[in-house]
Every structure is written in C-alpha cells, then in structure tokens.
Design a protein around this ligand. Structure first.
Ligand code: SF4
Ligand code: FES
Length: 361
C-alpha cells in the first residue's frame, strides 16, 4: 500500500453530500463548479451500506449535507440508516425545505444535531447573499423548531466583505436563535468562491477589526455560547492544517458516490477517485490513488519537510497550493515562508464590487 510513508490513521468523520440540488445560490458554496445531476445520486440503500462501512472503519460522526439534504425525499430513511449504523448524525441544512413535520420525522429517525448557516444579521442582505428571497425568515423558523425539540443547534456564519462588519450582530442573532455554538467561518477560495474572490475578499482592516470583535465577544458571552473562529487564509501567516491532513481524519462522499479526501479535491487534475459503487470504503481509504497522493509529508518540498510545523499544518491545503501555484505538492502559499506568498498578499488587496456569480445547477 503506497501511503507516502505516512502511518495510516482511522477517519473520524464522513461528509455525506446527499445531493447537489439546493434552492439557495450562495456565491461561496463549497460544492464543485461541475455539480452532480439528480439522476446520478446514490440511492438510500447504497448510503446505508456506506454508513455501515464507515462505522466499521472507525467513523464516529456523519454530516448529512448537500446542496440541501432536504431536497431528497428519502432523507428520513437515510437518517435512520446512519443512526442504525451507530453514527452520530449532524444535519447541515440551509433551512429551506425542512418543514416542522420533516424535522419531527428526522428527530424520530435519529437526528442528533443541526447546523444551519446564516448569510447576515440583516434580512435584506442575507437574502441577497443567499440568492433566495425569504431564506433569512426560513432559517429563523427552522432554528426555533430545532430548539423547541431540544436538538442541539450550531449556527455557521460565513464571513466575507459584505457582512464582516456585522460579526457582533451575527453572534447576537445566533444567540437569539438559541445556538449553543457559532462558527465564524471566513470564506475559503475554492470553486464558486474562487470565481467570486474579488467580490468577497475583505480588506486587511476589516479582518483585523473582525479578529478583535471575536475576542471581545468571546469574553462577553463566555458560558452562553461557544464561538469558534479562525483567521482567514489570505490574511494569515501560517496555513491551516486543511481537513486535519490529507487522508488522516475524514472523507467526503459526493452525491454520485466518488470518495474525496476533501470537498475541493476534484479541482486538482490527474487524481483518481474511487467510487463507493465499485469499492468498499475501507479499500478506498487505504488504497485509492487519490487518498494516497498527499498522505503524510514526504511529498512536500524541502521547505516544509525540514520545518517544525510540518506535523501541525502538513504544509497547508493541497487544493489551495494547486489553485495558486499550479502544483498541488507545493507549500501552501498562505505560509509566509512560501516562495509564492507574495501572490497571496497581492490577491488579498483585490476588492471589486461585482455582481455575484451565484451557484446554480
Ligand atoms: Fe507549514 Fe510548510 Fe510553512 Fe512550515 S514551511 S509552516 S510546514 S507550510
Ligand atoms: Fe482540499 Fe484543502 S480543500 S486540501
């Protein structure tokens, strides 16, 4: 087995992209530009097998995601099979399409946790960013139902130039919605967000103000809500350990059944992804060419291989290294030690007030 010399670990989480269909059109969507059509989606019986194989492989949590998972009529069956496999289930939803009746059925089938994203604290701006009128109201209504059913709720705030000035208001909204946790997630520039990069990019001053705001809010709301936040890539000195290291902690299964080491892996040309239609999950985890392409740190350039942080960040994100340098084995240029870091600094100051290119199928 070729694992680039890395010891093989067990995955803890599985992201199940049940469908790419979604009523919203967020311009930073993490789905690929080439979306899987409905006719290619795995059926519920195949998902049930995937969940059993995932649990046998050591996976503890499944994130039922999309697109919008509620676009699937068989979502309750899928939820039940995840629970039957013994997995902790997290539903990642836009909030649109999850009626109170469906939520109740999902809860009965084994739903453990709900994560809903908000686009802004102001309704008009939120609906504009989502590309869907009424999204803000639907999300608030769903959150109220989730809390009434005593299901733990996390609110995900995706931050970019249009809403970064309202971190405080968005955390207040998450509190008001009854969330136990709020994730301040700055846009990461892959796929749709890469297309919209100049329209989404915050200024350095905005990022600095946001970092300070988070510190103040953490102190103010300590014990009431957990606030998770990281500095956005293009304004950081060191890269993030993307997905906890390639092929170390998690796997993504696309609607059509391809298994990816991260959500953007298909943006790297030449990688061979195996499908759950053809291989058991364990074989994919241990032996698929895509998972073994960047495991460990041996493939990295000298700069990273001799660096103290190589087991901390694994040289950063492979997809970002490819997107910015054309070489997926390069040091992530977000690292200030990278010979390409100047590129990130140059892109971080490009702000253009363009119309969003919305994510549509
Ligand atoms: Fe991480 Fe490589 Fe930069 Fe070191 S040189 S901090 S390992 S990206
Ligand atoms: Fe693919 Fe970071 S998004 S490795």
């Amino acid at each position: 087995m070729a694992t680039n010399g890395a010891a093989l670990s067990r995955p803890l989480g599985l992201l199940a992209e049940l469908t790419h269909r979604c009523p919203l059109g967020c311009p930073y969507c993490s789905n690929p530009i080439a979306l899987d059509p409905r006719g290619d989606e795995l059926d519920a019986a195949t998902w049930a097998r995937v969940f059993r194989e995932a649990a046998a492989l050591g996976v503890l949590q499944v994130h039922l995601s999309g697109g919008e998972p509620a676009s699937r009529r068989d979502l309750v069956d899928i939820m039940r099979s995840a629970r039957d496999a013994g997995l902790y289930t997290n539903l990642i939803t836009s909030g649109v399409g999850v009626t109170p009746k469906l939520l109740g059925a999902l809860a009965d089938a084994g739903l453990d946790h709900v994560q809903v994203s908000i686009q802004d604290s102001e309704q008009k701006s939120a609906d504009h960013i989502a590309g869907y009128e009424g999204a803000y109201a639907r999300k608030r209504a769903l959150a109220a139902e989730v809390v009434a059913m005593k299901i733990p709720l996390t609110v995900n705030v995706v931050v970019h130039r249009a809403n970064i000035a309202r971190i405080e208001e968005q955390v207040a909204l998450a509190l008001d919605m009854g969330a136990a946790r709020v994730e301040i997630a700055h846009v990461q520039y892959y796929g749709w967000a890469l297309k919209n990069r100049a329209a989404l990019m915050p200024t350095r001053e905005q990022v600095d103000a946001a970092v300070k705001a988070v510190e103040v809010l953490r102190a103010r709301h300590h014990g009431r809500i957990v606030i998770d936040a990281v500095v956005p890539d293009y304004h950081a000195r060191f890269p993030k350990p993307c997905v906890g290291g390639w092929g170390r902690r998690s796997l993504n299964v696309t609607p059509a059944g391809k298994v990816l080491p991260c959500h953007a892996a298909e943006s790297i040309p030449g990688l061979e992804f195996w499908s759950v239609r053809d291989h058991p999950l364990e074989e994919i985890w241990t032996s698929s060419p895509a998972f073994n392409a960047f495991r460990g740190t041996d493939f990295l350039p000298e700069l990273c291989r001799t660096c103290d942080r190589r087991e901390v960040d694994f040289g950063g994100c492979r997809c970002q290294a490819f997107a910015l340098t054309g070489d997926a084995r390069a040091t992530d240029p977000v690292c200030h030690l990278s010979p390409h870091h100047r590129l990130v600094e140059e892109l971080a100051v490009v702000q253009e007030d363009r119309v969003y290119s919305y994510r549509r199928m």
